[in-house]
Design a binder for this molecule. Structure first.
Ligand SMILES: Cc1cn([C@H]2C[C@H](O)[C@@H](COP(=O)(O)OP(=O)(O)OP(=O)(O)O)O2)c(=O)[nH]c1=O
Length: 190
């Protein structure tokens, strides 16, 4: 069975490799990721993961297609992927000293077009960030393109007091749920 990873994220490919799975091809979906009006974070993550999967599955008939979406949320608010320094500073100001959620949704579509979905709901708590800590983090550039303006796999780990949930999910691909779906689809046997 061919496995297609529907993601441009090198992190997702590396994470998949961590559980011994190497996709036959990588084909990013590149869809519009604008949240709908009043869309809640969990529903948004699930919808975007599913849309990425459906888009890519149409290009690979008969293959298994794995897609995902990772969202950082404070209450009902979905934080953007930080593209500018101003975005990243606004995210860090919001995350400083308080808990937030990281929702990581995955979809696996099998060769018959049957879609399976999982959502991993995680909590991350940053320390109260001092101005020099924020400035140093901004200078690192690690926030660029990251949901919520940080990446737990880098320097931000030194600023995070607690996580409740799955480290792989916070990075972008919940490996427990991924393995479960790959087993359910008959791709992995053990
Ligand atoms: C919170 C957090 C997010 N991120 C990243 C993972 C994702 O790249 C990004 C969330 O955006 P996504 O839309 O989930 O993924 P992507 O745009 O990188 O790739 P694709 O849509 O093609 O699958 O934020 C981290 O790397 N570390 C973290 O701790």
């Amino acid at each position: 069975m061919r496995l297609i990873l529907a993601s441009a994220s090198p992190r997702r490919r590396d994470l998949l490799g961590q559980i011994g799975v190497v996709p036959d091809a990588v084909d990013p979906a590149d869809i519009d990721e604008t949240p709908l009006k009043a869309e809640l974070p969990a529903a948004y993550a699930a919808r975007v993961a599913a849309e990425k999967g459906v888009t890519v599955a149409a290009r690979h008939p008969g293959a298994l297609v794995l897609s995902g979406d990772t969202v950082v949320a404070v209450g009902r608010r979905i934080l953007p992927k930080a593209e500018s320094e101003a975005d990243a500073r606004a995210c860090l100001a919001l995350l400083s000293g308080r808990r937030h959620r990281v929702l990581s949704a995955i979809t696996l579509i099998d060769g018959e077009g049957c879609a399976r979905h999982r959502l991993s709901d995680n909590i991350v708590i940053f320390k109260r960030l001092e101005q020099p800590e924020i400035d140093a983090y901004i200078a690192s550039d690690e926030w660029r393109g990251k949901a919520g303006g940080y990446a737990i796999q880098g320097r931000a780990a030194g600023l995070i007091r607690t996580i409740m949930g799955s480290h792989s999910a916070i990075m972008g691909l919940p490996l427990y749920e991924t393995r479960t779906l790959l087993k359910a689809a008959g791709y992995l046997s053990d």
